[in-house]
Design a protein around this ligand. Sequence first.
Ligand code: ACO
Length: 352
Amino acid sequence: MNRTKIAGIGHYVPERIVTNAELEVVMDTSDEWIIERTGIEERRFGERFKENTTILGAKAARKAIENAGIEAEEIDFIIFATLSPDYFFPGCGVLLQRELGITSTEIGALDVRNQCSGFVYGMSIADQFIKTGHYKNILLVGAEMHSMGLDFTTRGRNVSVIFGDGAGAVVLQPSREGESSEILTTHLHADGTYAEELAFINPGAHGGVHGNKDEMGYSENKWDPIFITQKMLDDGMTFPYMNGQLVFKTAVKKFPEVIMKALNTAGKKAEELKLVVPHQANLRISQFVQRMLRLRDDQVFSNIQKYGNTTAASIPIALSEAVQQGVVQRGDLVCLAAFGSGFTWGSVLLTW
Ligand code: ACO
């Protein structure tokens, strides 16, 4: 059985910095509120009509491919994790293939729709394919262009102040003989009981089955499409919904659980961790997790202050920055952990 290593990594964040002060102009919020509750000082927004999720993903992917020392044509499988895809279908995986100019049709392209834990899910999928020898150069991308679809009015403030745009990517390959770099464990979890507690529901093919039929403004004519209605647009139902307190409470339980599960499975201890790279959901969540696991400040990476929550992109952006800054060196024990919509959560323990 092969072992899987990260052979290349890269990230890209758009140039435009959006400060909390800029948000104060369009909604009733304050720099103080946002920093106190989330730790976020600024975020990046992509350039409208020039950038989209696939383009951000491609910019990160090119860096990861170069860092791995291979050509784009050598990629044999693409995994693209996002909650803000360019199209409802097809997924961003094939769009990325085109954007990177990969002409081989021997390649596979898969989209992962697991939101905040999309990158961790993607790592686990890639690990299985590499271990079994099915693929040799897997490109895994997490990218988001949230700014296209948020409600930048006071109505949407609890969600829209949190999110930012960006992308991160890794190339996964089999570890060579004698190399210590490898994925040690992956753990994935889900609890669909809470599916609507952090969700972007409309437009969609749910048909109001989950008790919200009367709110949706559906036509009486059975041949009219009900994917989206005028009422959804008029009533602002086409934006993400988040039960922030429930997400917070559940996240601070699940993050430590899934990190401990990874350590226990691999027979490692928290003090052996060089770095935990948590999904950058909220600085307060990361601080809570740090306290529960009794980790030092230097063992938990945070860059949410600069980028906000970039969902599927947050872990690879953070890991890429940690590597660039020399915080992580070859041979170090690193744990990636995520929690989010679904609810889904998971961890990856690896030797860098
Ligand atoms: N600016 C000012 N006031 C605000 C804002 C805002 N942006 N947003 C909400 N408020 C107000 C509310 O209206 C409420 O006012 P009220 O008391 O008059 O009713 C007050 O602030 C408190 O609101 P809460 O929602 O109770 O605030 P809370 O302390 O829970 O903080 C927050 C909200 C930051 C969203 C928090 O619940 C949180 O971080 N939850 C986790 C969210 C998260 O991590 N999501 C991402 C994970 S999943 C993913 O990445 C997709």
